[in-house]
Design a protein around this ligand. Structure first.
Ligand SMILES: [Zn+2]
Length: 74
């Protein structure tokens, strides 16, 4: 099963024209992302790999935010 990817929106590209991440698999510079895990994945690799091969940064970030919510004063 291929990885569903999403292109960075035009606003982000305009705001950060020099911020280009490298594909998790082939290190090619890309503006395509797998949204749920927050990993850059180029269109070529998205067809050859599956989501389970990506580290889930999304989950780590969500856990971090959850922790911040619970530890910050109400
Ligand atoms: Zn790639």
């Amino acid at each position: 099963m291929a990885i569903p990817i999403k292109h960075e929106d035009a606003e982000t590209v305009a705001e950060f024209p020099r911020l280009i991440e490298r594909c998790h698999f082939c290190q090619a510079r890309t503006r395509w992302w797998h949204e749920n895990t927050n990993n850059p994945v180029c269109p070529g690799c998205s067809k050859l790999h599956k989501v389970a091969e990506l580290p889930d940064w999304g989950k780590a970030i969500r856990a971090y935010k959850r922790k911040q919510r619970t530890t910050s004063p109400a």
